[in-house]
Design a protein around this ligand. Structure first.
Ligand SMILES: [Zn+2]
Length: 449
């Protein structure tokens, strides 16, 4: 039943995605006719004698230039959004997805990648032979078994622990998507419309016929701002024309009334949506982040550098170790116990690359670790030059995930959390000094809180 409902929803969305741009361009064509012919020509260039106006060619030219510039300004980002939705919608690649043959057939058949998934399932199952399975048939991950080294984790973890910070769950594993059976990179959300995980997903937008995500969010903001300017301009112009016609003519041009009504509707819609979108962008929040933001808690795996490891608090281990007086929980990648047993060929290379110890830190309820500053939040979305802000060509800087630090730039909250956990340099050094002083006093005491 649920699958039927989803399938109906998806096919409706698909048709809406095709119909809405056509309707929108139809309305724009009609509005252009009314502004050019009914307003510029019949009102400003050749006004009827009853109106008592003189011909105003310069005003007409000014209106035409402003109108067509504003039209182009919203149409270009709109077309760019649709192009990005088709070519690069920010989906998390499937190639490392772990699927069970029994459960993947429905979704994958729809997405035309049945063969690819079968091959993946086969490979994964072969890799898992004799070591048990890390997930139940419904896709739920057996975190305990993975952390204790009883089963190898699904592939792809190295993309997370090669960074210094990544978003994790309370156990220190990255977030797992039950639907895709794949790890979710930071700020990824599973879209039920697409049946796929989408990076920095914002929302499904019927007006652009797809998901607004990290790859097109910037163009979406530009589209809303320019559309609000354009419809606001048309609304003011036509309101003026109607007010003059009402005073002098027996009846008002009905075409002008219709376009005035449509422009007003679109103005309030785009200005309202644009305002709330920019408000969230200033806070570096997506629409998804904003849902239930008040009590949301992030867990972050923060790499412990050697100094901090030597001088810091004594942590408890999420995967196997015995904790002292825990200041934070620690998880070490790759999972050593499994590697030492040598049961899994995939882990051999991980052993060679060395262990990465991470502290699992928890944000206060409702705080956003991605908030940098209002300006930097906007720059990460819109770009670092005026032209980047105005023109819909370059991607947002936040689409670049190549930094070894983290997938997205982290804000001062994370520095504060590291500091509080004794992981940042300054605090580590002062802790180290304290520790030495305390040791001189009491040689048996070795835990620092
Ligand atoms: Zn997913």
């Amino acid at each position: 039943m649920e699958m039927d409902r989803l399938a109906t929803q998806r096919s409706m969305n698909k048709w809406a995605a095709r119909a809405i741009p056509v309707i929108l361009f139809g309305i724009s064509g009609y509005a252009s006719y009314v502004v050019v012919e009914r307003v510029c020509v019949r009102f400003f260039l050749r006004p009827p004698p009853d109106l008592g106006l003189v011909s105003q060619p310069p005003t007409m030219i000014g209106i035409l230039v402003a109108f067509f510039i504003l039209m182009v300004l919203w149409i270009v980002p709109y077309v760019r959004i649709i192009q990005v939705i088709i070519t690069d919608p920010g989906l998390v690649p499937r190639k490392e997805a772990v699927s069970l043959p029994s459960a993947n057939s429905t979704n994958d058949a729809k997405n035309g990648s049945r063969t690819a998934s079968r091959i993946q399932s086969h490979d994964v199952n072969r890799a898992l032979e004799g070591t048990g399975h890390p997930y139940a048939p419904d896709g739920v991950l057996d975190r305990r078994a993975i952390l204790e080294g009883e089963v190898p984790p699904p592939p792809g973890l190295e993309k997370f622990y090669e960074k210094n910070i990544f978003v994790c769950d309370y156990t220190g594993l990255p977030i797992w998507c039950i639907e895709c059976r794949n790890w979710k990179p930071d700020r990824t959300h599973h879209s039920s419309e697409l049946g796929r995980c989408v990076r920095r997903m914002d929302h499904y937008c019927p007006w652009v016929g797809g998901i607004v995500s990290e790859t097109n969010m910037k163009f979406f903001v530009q589209f809303l701002v320019y559309a609000a300017l354009c419809t606001g301009f048309i609304m003011s112009l036509l309101a003026y024309v109607v007010s003059v016609q009402r005073r002098s003519l027996p009846e008002i041009d009905p075409h002008v009334i219709v376009v005035l009504a449509i422009a007003s509707l679109f103005f309030f819609f785009t200005a309202g949506l644009g305002g709330s979108t920019i408000h969230l962008a200033l806070l570096n929040l997506t629409t998804v982040d904003n849902l239930g933001r008040g009590n949301h808690i992030y867990f972050l795996a923060v790499r412990i550098d050697e100094d901090a490891q030597n001088f810091g608090a004594s942590p408890s281990n999420a995967n196997g170790g015995q904790g002292g007086s825990a200041h934070y929980t620690q998880v070490t990648y790759p999972f050593q116990r499994l590697s030492i047993r040598g049961q899994d060929a995939n882990n051999r290379e991980n052993v060679e690359s060395g262990a990465h110890a991470f502290a699992i830190l928890r944000t206060p309820s409702g705080d956003n670790p991605f908030y940098i500053s209002r300006l930097r939040n906007m720059q990460e979305l819109m770009g670092y030059t005026i032209l980047d802000w105005l023109l819909p060509f370059k991607y947002s800087p936040l689409c670049d995930h190549s930094s070894p630090e983290s997938d997205f730039v982290m804000g001062p909250l994370v520095e504060q959390l590291k500091h509080d956990a004794g992981l940042s340099d300054r605090r580590s050094r002062s802790r180290h000094r304290k520790k030495r002083r305390r040791r001189r006093r009491d040689p048996n005491e070795d835990s620092i809180v």
